[in-house]
Design a protein around this ligand. Structure first.
Ligand code: Z5A
Length: 208
């Protein structure tokens, strides 16, 4: 069982990489489950609609609990069962998004958010977190070219997005690996696969 998270700011290429990794695992005959956060279950998709597309103002703490409600449900009903069944789980965003957007961006207190997140996940942590690093302008341009409709968080001001990017760039911890995502898709995929091979080899041997 291996839990891999792909993180980074908007337009960094997370969804593209998650799709590629899933196909790569399947080609190797490894069962894989993918989730995107917030989302992945009817409850989490409902929370996603409220937190990202609800037309009214939401304070940072209100956003936090919607993201965490979505996370709690997808962890309990999808991620843990898949890991217990021996599948690889690939998540498009997880805890680090909360630390980047609601703590660094929204100004919520770090320690309290860490505790609230732990309550939502039951202490589940990833084996590997790939942080895709791309300048804000490059990510925005990719989204614009892909004609993505901006959500409520993406409409925050530039200072908010600079704090988010800085939080990603300074993120450290067990299993956290940074990848330069301004490179070609192929270069990003190769770099990601090298990291994935390291953790999956360890978990196959029962080391992690
Ligand atoms: N949020 C939060 O605040 N707190 C939380 O705890 C959580 C989330 C979990 C979810 O957004 C929002 O929720 C997000 C944070 C917040 N909002 N903001 N800001 P989302 O799921 O709707 O999507 P996103 O992650 O913000 O954006 P995205 O556009 O889906 O980004 P992406 O997945 O990183 O990019 P992509 O879709 O893979 O690629 C975008 C385009 O770039 C596409 O045309 C690709 O073909 C292209 N691309 C990808 N890689 C490359 C490379 N290497 N070169 C050139 N072009 C590339």
């Amino acid at each position: 069982m291996t839990f891999i998270v792909v993180e980074g700011p908007e337009g960094a290429g997370k969804s593209t990489l998650v799709r590629w990794l899933a196909e790569r695992f399947q080609a190797d005959g490894r069962p894989v489950v993918t989730v995107r956060e917030p989302g992945g279950t009817p409850v989490a998709e409902a929370a996603r609609k409220v937190v990202l597309h609800f037309p009214h103002d939401l304070a940072a703490a209100e956003e936090l609990f919607l993201f965490l409600a979505a996370r709690a449900h997808v962890v309990r009903t999808v991620i843990r069962p898949a890991l217990e069944a021996g599948h690889v789980v690939l998540a498009d965003r997880f805890e680090l998004s909360t630390m980047a957007y609601q703590v660094a961006g929204g100004g919520l207190p770090y320690d309290e958010v860490v505790r609230a997140n732990r309550l939502a996940t039951g202490g589940l942590v990833s084996d590997l977190t790939l942080v895709l690093d791309v300048p804000v302008a490059v990510g925005r341009e990719r989204q614009r070219a892909a004609r993505k409709v901006q959500d409520r968080i993406e409409r925050q001001d530039d200072a908010f997005h600079r704090r988010v990017l800085e939080a990603y760039r300074t993120a450290r911890g067990p299993g956290v690996v940074h990848i330069d995502a301004a490179q070609s898709k192929k270069a990003v995929q190769d770099a990601a696969w090298r990291e994935v091979m390291t953790v999956t080899a360890l978990s196959t041997r029962g080391v992690s």
